[in-house]
Design a protein around this ligand. Structure first.
Ligand SMILES: [Zn+2]
Length: 108
């Protein structure tokens, strides 16, 4: 599963320091949510995530991106064992990164 950590950060909507949930995919911070007002900041980290993943599997990000876009469901299963030992965790990370990238940041 993607990691969720908690931290007190200043929320621009609340104008105060509030508890936030930080959602990580691997070591990348993908999504920040204010637990008081629900304000969410999401980042498009698809290229960063693939670059990070590619360091672990020693393959080219462009090739991985092509494989992922063609066969998203089997992508995790094609990775070396060192990376795909936890396929559900990887899929969860991918889901988080991709859903955050699809949602425009609603920073009002
Ligand atoms: Zn807030």
């Amino acid at each position: 599963m993607s990691k969720i950590e908690n931290a007190d950060l200043v929320c621009s909507r609340c104008g105060d320091e509030t508890p936030h949930e930080l959602a990580y995919a691997g070591r990348l911070l993908v999504k920040i949510t204010c637990t008081r007002c629900g304000k969410t900041i999401e980042r498009d980290l698809r290229s960063e995530y693939l670059a990070d993943l590619s360091h672990r599997v020693a393959t080219k990000p462009r090739r991985m991106l092509r494989r992922l876009s063609r066969h998203p469901l089997t992508f995790a299963g094609t990775l070396p064992k060192s990376v795909s030992a936890k396929p559900m965790e990887l899929l969860s990370d991918l889901k988080l990164v991709w859903s955050a990238a699809r949602t425009p940041s609603h920073d009002d």
